[in-house]
Write a protein that binds this ligand. Structure first.
Ligand code: PMT
Length: 398
């Protein structure tokens, strides 16, 4: 599970720092790549030479790499890593992390981290039991970080015997468990549609919509992170929308008809399809070959219906395949979504409403309700990445 994983190991000023060597040895033995970031206090407990010998990489400690002005990029580290582990994590570092006090390279790296973060606290029981430490740990958990404690692997309610850092093999086991859960879609193939479609009027104009592709890309990344092979059929989105995951194969299309053809061809070999694209229901009956000139008169464009991709896949669906749809509504949300669930033969539908602030098109957040034939669950406003997790959890439950 750790083969090829890139781990940033943060080491802080605790007597348990020597145990980081054992963590590094085990991570490397299991095929992970380790980059150490150490605080100034950490260096008082263990030397960078030992750590760089074990990791075969220079240890990062200062903002500036050398006196020549080159510097270490905490942002690049945040993008490089598959996980960040801070072991040992002192009360001081935990406090700074909880409050964003970015006064060393480790905390700036933490604040830029895009990957999941694991924290193995190490301190005496009094410091650990202090309400401020407990509050800081809870704060860090509420930010989605994982706290690893002796015996539990998670933040426990009882304090006896706590404070001491969890043993290296158990810390590594926590990471392994995390990655194995993440690989829950290994061997599965998922088709995802994302973005808008453009329906040509003439060589310079089209009928489109506001979809940015953010929701669909978040779903594609989540599936790929869980080990699935993803076919992402993507309408015209901004060039800033990039997919770097090696398990995502992107097929760019422009119109609903092109999206339909790509999906129809792929669907039979898929385990699931999630139709997140905002597909135009109509397209101009005729596409003008030349730019349509202004005449001063009224202009009428006759529209013809586009194929309903979801309904077609719903008809093609075989036993064992799962079809997930979206419903973007402005009124009568639930009854409209229920009708689409049935009409398009979805296994469940994800309702989002333009009435909810921060939901729907272009935003980085979304607020959804997941509706199945006999159930419905409302979720609070979350980042589209978090929303994607909820949707894929539901897909896995089926
Ligand atoms: O891309 P973002 O900016 O992040 O915005 C995300 C989103 C708002 C686009 C997304 O969350 C969303 O709601 N996508 C579905 C939008 C939509 O077209 O909904 P609908 O209710 O019109 O369609 C119902 C379902 O049928 C959808 O799964 C849609 O993909 C599918 N459909 C619709 C029409 C059509 N011709 N073919 C289809 O497959």
């Amino acid at each position: 599970m750790l083969q090829g994983k890139k781990i940033v190991l943060g080491i802080t000023g605790s007597i348990a720092a020597y145990k980081s060597c054992l963590i590094i040895r085990q991570l490397i033995k299991k095929g992970a790549e380790v980059q150490v970031v150490i605080t100034p206090a950490g260096k008082e407990f263990i030397t960078p030479i030992t750590l760089s010998a074990l990791t075969s990489k220079p240890v990062i400690s200062e903002f500036f790499a050398q006196r020549d002005g080159t510097w270490h990029s905490h942002v690049d580290l945040g993008l490089w890593a598959d996980a960040m582990l801070i072991a040992p994590a002192t009360a001081s570092t935990i406090g700074k992390m909880a409050h964003g006090v970015a006064d060393n390279m480790l905390i700036t790296t933490y604040l830029s981290m895009k990957a999941p973060v694991f924290i193995a606290p190490a301190m005496d029981l009094d410091m650990y039991a202090h309400p401020s430490t407990q509050q800081n740990l809870k704060t860090l958990q509420s930010y989605g970080n994982h706290v690893i404690e002796p015996g539990t692997g998670f933040l426990a309610s009882k304090l006896e015997g706590k404070g001491r850092m969890e043993e290296p093999e158990n810390i590594v086991a926590c990471l392994e468990q995390f990655f194995s859960q993440q690989e829950s879609l290994r061997g599965k193939k998922v088709l995802i549609t994302a973005g808008p479609t453009y329906e040509k009027i003439d060589p310079v104009r089209f009928i489109g919509n506001y979809s940015s592709g953010k929701m669909g890309f978040a779903l594609a990344n989540e599936c790929a992170n869980r080990g699935a092979q993803v076919e992402l059929v993507c309408g015209p989105v901004s060039s800033s929308m990039q997919t770097n995951h090696p398990s995502i194969h992107r097929i760019n299309v422009e119109s609903a008809q092109e999206m339909f053809e790509a999906c129809k061809e792929l669907f039979s070999s898929m385990d699931s399809a999630i139709l997140c694209a905002a597909v135009a229901d109509f397209a101009p009956e005729k596409v003008a070959e030349q730019k349509i000139k202004r005449t001063g008169d009224e202009m009428v464009i006759r529209l013809k219906p586009n194929p309903d991709i979801a309904a077609s896949l719903g008809q093609m669906k075989k036993q064992g395949q799962t079809l997930v749809g979206f419903a973007l509504e402005t009124n009568d949300e639930e009854s409209n979504a229920q009708a689409k669930l049935k009409k398009k033969n979805f296994d469940f539908i994800v309702l989002n409403s333009l009435k909810d602030e921060g939901a729907g098109f272009r935003t980085d957040t979304n607020k959804i309700t997941i509706i199945t034939a006999d159930n419905k669950k409302d979720y609070p406003l979350k980042s589209k990445e978090e929303v994607a997790k909820d949707i894929i959890d539901e897909l896995e439950r089926l």
